[in-house]
Design a protein around this ligand. Structure first.
Ligand SMILES: Cc1ncc(COP(=O)(O)O)c(C=O)c1O
Length: 449
């Protein structure tokens, strides 16, 4: 697909010194030796400074669900920047924050009615964990301080998030983390689940491990369980059939709060506004970020059930109910971007579109089954993950080579985790572009095998 390139040369110019920027979650030396640089974006594409189009197979970082630089979102941000740049939301307010919160609460299922804003998925994870602890303390159950995460889980990089998270390199250099944390087993078993489309048949029983943790620690010590409905960062592991329902039942039985981290699955990634709806399970809190503004301005948040919010609304009414918040909670530019983004999702029916496209997307991804070195392919919603056999040098090398090859030779951006290629394109992707995406992945796998 040829796409016009019209950016002015100064904005596109490559920097000649890449040293100062210490890049997160990046192999800095390898990147700086052979950068993968983009300087413009529109709809399904990035463009390199030289003007080469790059098909966006990862919605940036799982966030640009509406596609890039959508006009209504761009204009809303521009208008807001001219109208009011910043306003505090501690003890003062501005209308857009209330409107954005109402719009988000409207999308959430059940009585998930109250939205606490922050600026990222990591802050959202830590905020939800803090609300859970404070909720139990406020209602006189202060012994409930234990937090339960899951192996292979990702909840951002704050100390709370890495404590309940289950990805070892994200944890091992950072000291003793939060005390009183335990983990459920992850839900993946290649022998039983390989090449599953959607939710694997096997694995609901892994939720029963929560019963064992309750037996070990006593329910009265456990505040909350946090899981991703689809474990994204570890390589796209959809919840097994019935797993989340089972977790909900066990949490209800013991008065434990259930938190869904929907930083990736929120805003249509699995064909519903939130994955909670897809699975027919209402958690006590949902964390969100990324897709809420289609990535255009940083924003995150926690949606809490009415009963949680109401528990805090006690005591003298001049007293602050929750000692938590961020200077930029409900930032005017983020709120403007969020409202415009939710309008685009609604007006273009993008969540429904993702749902309708899921079977085509899954079939296309599975067409790579049987390629030498492809150990598993998983799909759910508009997410697909391809596990490649590691190279003799060890895990991660083949994945890195695939990312380099795809960018430089195929004009494709995707995420890699170890030797797993993960794709999660903007929800505006066309059927033809699904085909193009999978062809490029297929050629990339061939090239690095
Ligand atoms: C499930 C999940 N939670 C939390 C985060 C952290 O979000 P952020 O990078 O915005 O802090 C991510 C980021 O990928 C995520 O996938």
């Amino acid at each position: 697909m040829s796409v016009a390139y019209d950016i002015d040369a100064s904005a596109a110019a490559s920097p000649n010194d890449l040293e100062a920027f210490w890049m997160g979650f990046t192999a800095n030396r390898a990147f700086k030796r052979r950068p993968r640089m983009v300087s413009r974006a529109k709809d399904m594409h990035y463009f390199t400074p030289e003007g080469r189009p790059i098909l966006d197979g990862s919605a940036g970082l799982w966030c640009a669900n509406a596609g890039h630089n959508r006009q209504p979102i761009v204009e809303a941000i521009q208008r807001q920047a001219a109208e009011m740049d910043f306003a505090p939301t501690f003890q003062f307010g501005h209308p857009l924050a209330f409107r954005a919160a109402s719009r988000i609460a409207e999308l959430a299922p059940g009585d998930l009615d109250h939205v606490f804003f922050c600026n990222s998925g990591s802050e959202a994870g830590d905020t939800a964990l803090k609300i859970a602890l404070a909720y139990h303390a406020v209602r006189g159950q202060g012994t409930r301080t234990r937090l339960i995460g899951r192996e292979r889980g990702y909840h951002g990089v704050g100390f709370g998030g890495i404590s309940v998270g289950g990805i070892s390199p994200n944890r091992r250099f950072f000291g003793s983390l939060l005390p009183g944390v335990d983990h459920l087993p992850h839900t993946y078993d290649r022998e039983k689940q390989a090449f599953s489309k959607g939710e694997p048949e096997w694995g609901a029983e892994r939720a029963d491990a929560l019963e064992n943790l309750v037996a070990l620690h006593d329910a009265q010590t456990i505040a909350a369980v946090i899981v991703e409905p689809m474990a994204g960062s570890t390589g796209g592991l959809p919840a097994p059939k019935g797993y989340l329902k089972r977790l909900r039942e066990i949490c209800d039985k013991y008065g434990i709060l259930l938190i869904f981290d929907e930083v990736i699955t929120g805003f249509g990634r699995l064909g519903t506004p939130f994955a909670a709806e897809r699975y027919g399970v209402i958690p006590d809190m949902i964390t969100f970020a990324k897709g809420v503004t289609s990535g255009a301005v940083p924003m995150g948040g926690v949606i809490a059930r009415k009963g949680i919010y109401d528990t805090f609304m006690n005591g003298p009414d001049h007293v602050i109910e929750l000692f938590h918040g961020y200077t930029y909670s409900g930032h005017p530019l983020a709120c403007a971007a969020a409202i415009a983004t939710l309008d685009v999702y609604r007006d273009e029916g993008l969540f429904e579109r993702a749902k309708a496209l899921e079977p085509t997307f899954a079939d296309a991804a599975m067409s790579l089954k049987g390629k030498p070195g492809v150990l598993d392919i998983r799909t759910v919603g508009l997410v697909a993950a391809f596990d490649m056999a590691p190279k003799a040098e060890g895990p991660g090398k083949r994945g890195y080579e695939a990312m380099e090859h795809a960018f430089h030779e195929e004009g494709l951006m995707f995420r890699v985790t170890g030797d797993t290629i993960a794709v999660s394109p903007p929800l505006i992707i066309s059927e033809a572009q699904v085909g193009e995406l999978v062809e490029k992945i297929g050629r990339t796998i061939d090239a690095v095998m």
